[in-house]
Ligand binder design. Sequence first.
Ligand code: G3I
Ligand code: 9MR
Length: 564
Amino acid sequence: MILGLLSLAMSAQAQIRLNQVGMSPDEEKTAVVEGVVKASQVSILNAQTGKKAGGVRLLRTATSPLSGKRRTLIDFSRLTAEGDYVMVSGRHRQPFSVRRQPLSGVAKGALKAFYLVRSGMPVEARYAGAWSRPTGHPDTHVLVHPSAVSPGRPAGTVVSSPGGWYDAGDYNKYVVNSSYAIGLMLCAYEQCHDYFGTLCTDIPESGNGTPDLLDETMYNLQWLLTMQDPWDGGVYHKLTTPGFEAFVMPADCHQARYVVAKSTAATLDFAAVMAQAARLFEGNGDYPGFAAAARNAALAAYHWAMEHPQAWYRQDELNRHFKPAVTTGEYGDGNVGDEWFWAATELYLLTADEQFMSDAAKHQPARFSPSSWASVAALGSYEWLTQCPEADVAQPLRRQLLAYADSLLTAIPASSFQTPSGNSARDFGWGCLGGSFCSSGVALLFAHRLTADSRYLAAARHNADYILGRNATGYCYVTGFGTHSPMHPHHRLSAADGIDAPFPGLLVGGPNPGQQDNGDGRLPYPSRLPDESYTDHADSYASNEIAINWNAELVAFIGWLASL
Ligand code: G3I
Ligand code: 9MR
């Protein structure tokens, strides 16, 4: 009996790890089998006929530096015929497919997810299917928090700040994270203009003269504009309830909402993304007047930041001085050199004013780091490298990016999953799938664009395979895709809507050995190992939340791959 249960539990966990979404005929294909097996013990069958499809060879075995586990890496690149297959090893079976454009569904789903998480408007069934819902959080009656008052907006002032996307599992709207998410998607749009310019996600704006990606970002840009105090150009750090809401639908939320404290980080991120958007929406007939408004907003914000270079958002400190206390997401960032660099870069591209070029030079990064909400220098670097590659500023940036990309390449030959990322404990933590795997993937795609060296592209694809199933837990980490994906993300909308399936197209945070959500040991994490510290539990905000920054990283990364 016990033996029977044990083998049931073991077979329920797939022991063959591969990209569950699909691989294209001509790409390098790798699978990982847990434990040490011979190539002759692994086979590929045609899913329809059950006949052997062949093409399997042993790549190597590997020992994980994170867990000591031994694994077998199988190469099946020789399988180039399109079709549905099953990989078999002993009693383990893992279905997969080979087809053209295998990533286009994920790219589209990841972008469509932003429509599904729009706030302040009804999400309609004709676009959202089962995930439709009535308006919640109109945010037309938002209070200026005592931490945020100005002579133009004294205590008690009511402002209107509707629209935008919900940040994550929670219902608040944060300027730092919103700006970064928009900025990265606009950056991807600039690089893959033809692909994103025609990608249709079937949203209310589809069919106007503007690409859907731009329409989607515009929904959040219009909200973002309302987060600037017109009196002085400073930008509120966030729009939030004092505490997190319960797991209820938006229409059932009734806490007061506030705009809270202006910060240097939020104001600079706002300046950067408004300048970028002003450039990209210049002359756009669907949004007349936006480009001019965004340009003025960006300039005013930059000016405010120059006068307030150290307005740090420190929630505990604010709570000592102001009521009501605010306990929602902090997005605190005490190092804004990268925000200055990104903002000055975008303002230079918009205005051609040399002062911004010299400000950007002053805040140049010392080394490359992949982009994240807290680290936005890469967004500036990408612009210099592709828009002004001859500028003096661009020269060290190119060396930095290639040095970083090369360091990723060197990790692959010994990697347990044949990936550039995920080989060190540092690559795992809160939001690592977006922050480590997708953002590094985007950096590799830039390296590929700059050099045409195909090793960078192959490496980027390996990171995509990791996210989509070739990893230590066997999850395809994007909801609604693959054969084994998260069903219970920490996401109020997915949890409260009464539908079993979560919202599709969402990337979860991923393995996080910090387990900050598990102080009482109540959550069913299978392990504390860096790459296995993940639980598909709705209460696991440290490993299983979803967020717009991570989805933006997914859109940029997978969309770019899909465009090739
Ligand atoms: O930077 C340090 C690094 O030096 C250190 O080695 C590492 C080891 O733990 O930690 C790093 O800091 C982490 C930081 O994220 C880096 O971005 C913190 O541990 C980690 O706790 C922190 O997590 C943030 C989390 O909020 C808690 O503050 C996530 O980045 C951030 O994405 C997340 O954002 C939340 C919002 O506040 C609220 N809405 C949901 C959203 C997603 O979970
Ligand atoms: O739902 C919140 C999530 O969006 C945040 O990332 C996370 C960390 O700030 O916090 C979540 O809220 C939890 C709170 O921190 C502690 N009590 C349980 C809340 C989840 O229901």
